[in-house]
Design a protein around this ligand. Sequence first.
Ligand SMILES: Nc1ncnc2c1ncn2[C@@H]1O[C@H](COP(=O)(O)OP(=O)(O)OP(=O)(O)O)[C@@H](O)[C@H]1O
Length: 304
Amino acid sequence: MSISVSQVTRKFGTQKALNEVSFEIASGEVVGFLGPNGAGKSTMMKIITGYLPQTSGKVMVCGLDVTDNTMEYRRKIGYLPEHNPLYLDMYVKEYLGHIASLYKLGRKSKKRVEEMIEMTGLTPESTKKISALSKGYRQRVGLAQALLPDPEVLILDEPTTGLDPNQIIEVRDLIKEVGKQKTVMLSTHIMQEVQAICENVIIINKGNIVANEKASSLTGASLRNKHEITCEFLTPVKKDIFDHLEGLIEVKSLTNTKYRIIASSDIRPTIFDRAVSHGQKIITLTQDQKSMEDVFRELTSNKK
Ligand SMILES: Nc1ncnc2c1ncn2[C@@H]1O[C@H](COP(=O)(O)OP(=O)(O)OP(=O)(O)O)[C@@H](O)[C@H]1O
């Protein structure tokens, strides 16, 4: 495992920002970390990166314990914080050189800085002061900084927040590229971002993990074993045609020919057979997909 979080609790005074949170992220995975404002995302990321101690529980990255606070641990992780604290008065190259020296990259520093400038598309801006850069380019400097020690794990806290649509796509593409070789955990409020970049999704709400699944199965029809099926007949049919079907949970009539069926499994073949046995013709029989927004709202909305 690249990242292993076990029973982590973080209290601020009497408030529990994280409540016995556990999850694992395998090497090479790109995971989206979602949750409403104040859910505990940044707190979790700060704990993994060693910027904030947990109140209890264990965090391991690449087999090393965060509480040992070693340089080896810090080198394993590249971190782009939510509020990227760049030194605005420094020039891009100078700043990255400074970070390289903090990581004690030694003689490799200059080459590594050049490589990161190239990789993050900073070449045309590399001689400017950070204060003169647009938000998107500042974010690239943050990414270049995170990538400098060639970490195995990247922790990105809302990497595209505040960027314009073109910059969002560019930074996303960069993360996708980087994600081919590294383990990436990124938090975001943008659902398309998760669908565009992440294989897996962890959703946190009020300090508790409420989902940890493949992005595809989260938006698939089988969320928490509830399948939603839409069935439309050619001519009006009474609702009791569905009576006693195995796996049936609920039937809602949308019109006198169209029904929404909730079932514990995909019972479309059974529905089809039932219609045939009643001499009815089905013209639509589909299993409904949920959008990432639907799933997110379902799992984190206060109006549950
Ligand atoms: N230093 C702190 N002192 C007191 N409370 C804090 C501190 N840092 C975070 N919290 C609280 O912990 C909870 C989780 O905050 P956190 O910043 O981790 O949420 P988040 O999911 O990253 O939110 P957002 O999406 O708004 O960035 C919030 O209620 C927040 O007010």
